[in-house]
Design a protein around this ligand. Structure first.
Ligand code: MN
Ligand code: MN
Length: 461
């Protein structure tokens, strides 16, 4: 055997996905990315993603979970968890005692939430005070176009949906930054201190109401909100209003190979799961898709992945089949679909090039996340990694291996550990992202498409 032959048979050689993707898949990829773009343009919060998924599920014959309902092969069932997260299932031909194939993603993204008492006027400028949600670099958020999204529960019990800043003729909102001419002191600060949390105040207006009085700019803004939405100031006390980047997902690069948008983390995996699930008709094992809330702040709360809402849903399906929920979990598999960090040559020193995901190399499989000595990681077993490797290879999915940065550089986590804690074998996988958690994140079209194919393969494993 020559060395070349030996190399071919013994060593790995990873190749750019564009050298491996078929012409047919290349076309499918574009169509898929157009569907994804439409989704992410209309879903910038967990509520919007949950509402979108519920409506689409209904349209495709899914029925809401109800007491005493059956769970027969082919049945399509979903649970809208209080408008903030959603779980969907296509019931398999095999019993739930044999386990389910689960894909779990999250639909919340870093942003700035309004404080409970947000509206104020300072020096005849009206502002909203915000509290950032999730991990953000605060300096990235001033001087960009922002939009207001959310819901308000009014005193009469009615719920108003608010969206300002997305239509072409809407005004946008902006946070100011200091002019460079006077920024000598600011520019000497570390990046983390250049803009402080209490400076993330959003400009709402500057025109005072006519007549006598104080805070007339603020009063004018409240009057405008009252005319458009029927709101009074006290309604902010029972509201979930959030500030997100305004604007749409755009193709990026002269070759249009990337998609730039707010909130790819993790709606790019959430959509992959959904699109794949909608294509599954009669899986052997029950296919389950979860779009969870609150991942960016620890997967806590009633709509987070640690919530018993998942047991409630799966327990109801198991009850319908006379199966013990614990048996179902013990035989289930979960792909925790969350984004990974794509290798960025601009910051090469933060990663181990040999073990990092790369743009266009396909869906990134991650054995462990965590920080320091794998602290907080689920750390999938050899068997679990083997199951994913075999399943994806057999389905012809383009995939790669991923770790989150070089050792001791930092770290992070996903919902994987919370699924594994339920006695469900779990592996992390997702789309590599450049500038994760920034107002604009970048992903490759090819990786988006392959992640959807990976979810489909897992559902049908
Ligand atoms: Mn994520
Ligand atoms: Mn994140």
């Amino acid at each position: 055997m020559t060395n070349d032959e030996l190399k071919e048979s013994l060593l790995m050689s990873s190749k750019n996905g564009y050298t491996r993707i078929s012409a047919e898949d290349r076309q499918e990829m574009e169509a898929y990315c157009q569907r994804y773009t439409a989704f992410i343009d209309s879903c910038k919060t967990e509520r919007e993603a949950t509402a979108w998924a519920s409506a689409e599920a209904e349209r495709r014959g899914f029925r809401p979970l109800s007491a005493g309902m059956e769970a027969k092969p082919g049945d399509k069932i979903y649970l809208n968890n209080r408008g903030k997260s959603i779980i969907l299932a296509v019931v398999g031909t095999r019993s739930l005692a044999d386990g389910a194939n689960i894909c779990a993603a999250h639909v919340d993204s870093p942003r700035m939430d309004l404080k409970p008492n947000p509206l104020y006027e300072d020096t005849e400028i009206a502002y909203f005070k915000t509290h950032y949600y999730g991990g953000i670099k605060k300096y990235q958020w001033p001087t960009i176009a922002l939009a207001l999204h959310g819901v308000v529960y009014r005193k009469d019990g009615s719920v108003v949906t608010v969206t300002i800043g997305e239509d072409a003729d809407d005004p946008i909102l902006v946070i100011s930054d200091l002019l460079v001419h006077l920024a000598g002191d600011q520019m000497q600060k570390p990046l983390a201190k250049g803009i402080e949390g209490e400076q993330l105040n959003v400009i709402l207006g500057t025109e005072p109401l006519q007549g006598e009085g104080s805070d007339l700019v603020k009063l004018n803004i409240m009057k405008l909100l009252n005319e458009k939405y029927g709101l009074i100031e006290a309604d902010f006390l029972s509201a979930e209003l959030t500030i997100v980047p305004a604007g749409r997902c755009r193709e990026v690069g002269l070759d249009r190979s990337l998609l730039g948008a707010y909130g790819h983390d993790d709606r790019v995996c959430a959509y992959a799961e959904l699109d794949a699930l909608f294509a599954v008709e009669h899986p052997e094992k029950t296919a389950v898709c979860i779009l969870a809330d609150k991942e960016e702040i620890g997967s806590v709360g009633i709509s987070g992945m640690q919530s018993q809402a998942f047991e409630y849903f799966m327990g109801a399906l198991c009850d319908a089949q006379g199966v013990n929920l614990r048996d179902c979990f013990a035989h289930s598999f979960c792909l925790s679909a969350d984004v990974s960090n794509a290798f960025d040559p601009n910051f090469a020193e933060t990663c181990d090039r040999r073990n990092n995901s790369m743009l266009n190399y396909g869906v990134a499989i991650c054995k462990y996340t965590g920080s320091r000595g794998k602290g907080g990681a689920s750390d999938a077993s050899a068997e679990a990694m083997g199951h994913v490797r075999t399943t994806l290879d057999n389905a012809g999915v383009i995939w790669q291996i991923a770790t989150l940065g070089k050792v001791d550089q930092g770290g992070g986590g996903t919902v994987a550990a919370y699924m594994a804690n339920r006695n469900i074998v779990t592996v992390d996988a997702g789309v590599p992202v450049l500038c994760m958690h920034a107002p604009m994140e970048l992903v490759s079209k090819l990786d988006c498409y392959e992640t959807m194919l990976a979810c489909k393969a897992i559902y049908q494993a």
